[in-house]
Design a protein around this ligand. Structure first.
Ligand code: F6P
Length: 532
């Protein structure tokens, strides 16, 4: 099935995108749901290529796999788990069965407990030793950090609750900086860990408890746990009414819709959090019902597959022209790379094509003054994904927002059009002549023909944020389903954790580095000589 696409790519790869870009294409190479629009007209995908890509979805049974996921089949089959984060945003409560049991009553009950708790914290009914909570510290890592941290930042205009901080790194610099700015008597600590065993999180949680114990007589009363592991949260000393649980069928990087999103609910309130869930649910409905060509997650996935597996572009830049989405690239790095960064297919055989791409990025316009040089003139093509809102939240500064939008659109235009040698000569004519003119002009050539897509929406509201996150989640699903990957396990993170555990006594000087490779032993030696 890849041969036809690769053969098609061979025939079109030298074509200039702009030569195709008339008004018909501009209207056709777009998918829209509600007010959210995905524009992929500035790519080298044509109608034949698009059909071949859509054929991939049928050849790999994506519709059946999608329906199986929503129906509660154990599609994470290396861990024997269902994949049901969508149940967390199933606001209308239609039954979702796992082994014949409807999980929705429990999902709704947990959501209601979160609502009751967050209201009480926000109105001061539940308070710390020193009075109503002013600060919330979420301690978690990976999916127990990146989602809520990204969303709390993204929803800054809607904040009307306590200040929320995030601690993830085991590097003591992280927690020290956050706790320095908090009053222990008015700080609520959330320990967010699906497993409640993650070394970084548990180490930071103990540090926070020790910090609080110095000022608060019952520190555990100012702790909350978000976890699937009741026994371990109890062992840590957190009362069961302060534990918000979820089930194994919620993957870490897909978990911000449930208890892991508590910090977001505390920051923006239950109604705005519900609007966020509604946005996710609306995207689920669209994904399940829309024909492929109109289906945003499907088309977003196919554009990615075209660029990565077919054209061979190894990375993808995510460039939000929306400063509120500054943590989106980091969030997507885990979502996409931990999900589809795998060289083995479901059947245990090597993948026939490359795994998912390297995802990276920064908000515009900052990136323009940092790495866009390479995107425009480097020797490797980096497909770009722009996100842009029609309106910001600062009405009085709308002219600045307009400048932001102009920059976003200008970048995709520049990437596509480039600047040829003649035009470049025109830029330097009069300043140089002869061979020097040619040399100077060569530096000012932009190859162009660099693909990009643009996702646009009216304004980054809680509902739109929910749509965006669910869009990317389903994109990852489609990409994984086409590649034959299990997008829901993460065995690739295990080896480093095991070796770190084994190395700790060596670093502490309790064991020798004997048996370690020469490089590792030499690094231990150097760091020990310098005081580790
Ligand atoms: O190490 C990877 C990982 O398991 C992620 O998948 C997960 O999001 C993160 O660690 C944190 O896990 P937990 O929520 O169990 O602490």
């Amino acid at each position: 099935m890849w041969d036809a696409l690769k053969a098609h790519h061979e025939t079109v790869k030298d074509r200039r995108i702009e030569t195709m870009l008339d008004a018909v294409r501009a209207a056709d190479f777009v998918a829209q749901t509600g007010d959210m629009r995905l524009d992929y007209a500035k790519t080298n995908i044509d109608a034949d290529g698009r059909q071949l890509l859509i054929d991939l979805l049928d050849q790999t049974g994506v519709a059946a796999k999608r329906d199986a996921m929503f129906a509660g089949a154990a599609i994470n089959d290396t861990e024997g788990r269902e994949v049901l984060h969508t149940a967390l945003r199933n606001l209308d409560g239609d039954p979702v069965l796992v082994d014949g049991v409807d999980v929705m009553p429990e999902v709704k009950a947990t959501l209601q407990r979160m609502v009751t708790f967050s209201k009480a914290v926000r109105n001061g009914t539940i308070e710390g030793q020193g009075g109503p909570y002013t600060d919330v510290v979420n301690i978690g890592i990976g999916g127990s950090d990146l989602g809520p941290a990204m969303a709390v930042k993204a929803m800054a205009p809607y904040h009307n609750g306590p200040r929320c901080h995030f601690v993830s790194n085991v590097d003591p610099a992280d927690i020290a900086e956050v706790l320095r700015g908090c009053d222990p008597e008015r700080t609520l600590v959330i320990v967010a860990s699906k497993t409640f065993t993650t070394i970084e999180t548990m180490t930071n949680a103990r540090t926070a408890k020790a910090w609080m114990s110095e000022a608060v007589s019952d520190p555990a009363s100012q702790f909350v746990a978000l976890s699937t592991a009741d026994d371990k949260t109890a062992e840590f000393g957190i009362a069961s009414n302060r534990v918000f649980g979820f089930e194994d069928w919620v993957g870490g990087r897909y978990s911000m819709w449930g208890p892991i999103g508590l910090s977001l609910m505390l920051a923006i309130g239950a109604d705005a959090f519900t609007a966020f869930l509604r946005g996710g649910q609306d995207m689920d409905r669209h994904f399940r019902a829309a024909p492929w060509q109109e289906n945003l997650p499907a088309m977003l996935a196919l554009v990615g597959i075209w660029h990565n597996q077919v054209c061979g572009h190894a990375t993808r830049a995510v460039l939000p022209y929306d400063n509120l989405l500054m943590r989106l690239p980091a969030y997507l790095q885990q979502l996409e790379m931990e999900s589809n960064g795998k060289g083995v297919s479901m059947d245990g055989k090597a993948l026939a094509v490359n795994s998912g791409p390297v995802v990276w990025g920064e908000p515009g316009t900052n990136g323009q003054h940092a790495f866009y040089q390479l995107i425009h003139q480097g020797t490797r093509v980096v497909p770009c994904e722009f996100l842009v809102a029609a309106r910001g939240h600062e009405d009085a500064l709308h002219h600045q927002h307009q400048l932001l939008v102009a920059n976003c659109l200008a970048q995709s235009e520049a990437l596509m059009k480039g600047r040829d040698l003649d035009e470049a000569r025109g830029k330097v004519a009069g300043k140089f002549e002869g061979a020097e003119l040619e040399r100077q002009a060569a530096h000012r050539v932009f190859p162009g023909n660099r693909p990009s897509i643009t996702i646009s929406y009216p304004q980054l509201t809680p509902h739109v944020l929910g749509q965006i996150i669910a869009l990317y989640e389903h994109r990852v699903f489609v990409e994984g389903a086409v590649l034959g990957i299990n997008s829901y396990d993460q065995w690739g993170v295990e080896l480093g954790k095991e070796l770190a555990t084994a190395l700790q006594p060596v670093i502490e000087g309790k064991q020798s580095a004997e048996g370690k490779d020469g490089s590792t032993a030499a690094l231990v030696d150097f760091l020990q000589k310098h005081g580790v």
